[in-house]
Design a protein around this ligand. Structure first.
Ligand SMILES: [Zn+2]
Length: 318
């Protein structure tokens, strides 16, 4: 969308230059389309990370409230359900501070048909659950992962305005914090054959990129053909893409191959790319709040994620 806006602006400037009698005020009108409106992106972040969502724990009232909001947003965007419907409920054993426990979760599914390869799917995921409340504290999970869901909804908005070449499944996953449970359910009971999934793109923690200036892309060690596509993407504001956290040299918590839902796609043999920021002081703390997020940084990260999607979508399956 940024590329399109730029070319529109350039075309309009040429048109303006060719027409000497154009009033001067037209030049401001010409530049207007390149400015993105981020009010919805910020509203989605704020709503999902608000106290009344109670930390969005899987199976909780707050989780159900977050789900209702995301469903309403997909409906408002005109993103239809998948072939198996809007919701994918599941029950699975997962981890909790009190030991293993059965969780009842629900994934949310949306479908945006593609224009070039409609029988192949890019599955975009972001988990909407977080860890709930503990000891009277609400863990709002603004970065983890209200941000990734908001980025995914912004991508969905742009794809409705300017359709993708592949069909795209927009999937808000539940139960990530309990052991990637929703992603496991998705790959075990997918709404489309696994063989028709070209790629999983997972957004988890897309806001706090100012911790080191990067939105990290994990998975190009496993799938190196994506790197020449993404490496030329210029910085957006103060943020740029970085690649890594995926090689055998990346040890422990510095290796993110199975750190979020994309790990289940990888385990199922599907290509994946994960977009997320580095660890920060509020990671998995009650202080992971919206007021710690710099809107300009979040907007830059989101633009880099969307631009990455566009380049991959245009290249894959050619
Ligand atoms: Zn997360």
């Amino acid at each position: 969308m940024r590329a399109l806006s730029t070319s529109l602006a350039v075309a309009a400037l040429f048109a303006l230059a060719a027409c000497e009698t154009s009033p001067k005020t037209d030049s401001t009108a010409v530049l207007a389309p390149s400015a993105q409106d981020y009010s919805q992106l910020m509203a989605d972040l704020n709503t999902l990370a608000a106290d009344d969502m109670q930390g969005r724990d899987t199976g909780s009232e707050g989780g159900a409230k977050a789900r209702q909001y995301i469903v309403e947003r997909l409906d408002a965007l005109g993103v239809g359900p998948s072939s198996m419907g809007r919701l994918q409920p599941w029950s699975a054993q997962g981890r909790s501070p009190d030991g293993p426990k059965t969780f009842n979760g629900t994934n949310i599914l949306g479908l945006i048909p593609g224009t070039r390869v409609s029988d192949k799917y890019i599955v975009v995921t972001a988990h909407y659950d977080h860890v709930g409340t503990r000891d009277g504290h609400v863990y709002n999970g603004a970065d983890d992962n209200a941000s990734g869901v908001a980025t995914m909804l912004e991508l969905a908005k742009r794809l409705k305005e300017n359709p993708p070449e592949h069909s795209v499944l927009i999937v808000a996953l539940d139960g990530e914090e309990r052991g990637l449970l929703g992603a496991k359910e998705f790959v075990e009971a997918p709404p489309v054959p696994l063989s028709s999934i070209s790629l999983n793109i997972n957004f988890d923690m897309t806001a706090r990129a100012n911790v080191d200036g990067y939105i990290w892309v994990t998975g190009t060690y496993q799938h190196p053909y994506f790197r020449p596509l993404l490496e030329p993407i210029p910085a957006n504001g103060s943020i740029r893409l970085a690649f890594g956290k995926d090689s055998p040299d990346d040890k422990g918590s510095d290796n993110w191959v199975f750190a979020s839902d994309h790990g289940m796609f990888h385990r199922a043999g599907l290509p994946f790319l994960y977009f997320g920021v580095n660890f920060h002081e509020d990671y998995h703390k009650p202080s992971d709040d919206v007021d710690r997020i710099d809107p300009a940084v979040f907007q830059s990260s989101t633009e880099l994620a969307i631009e990455s999607f566009r380049r991959i979508d245009a290249w894959l399956d050619k």
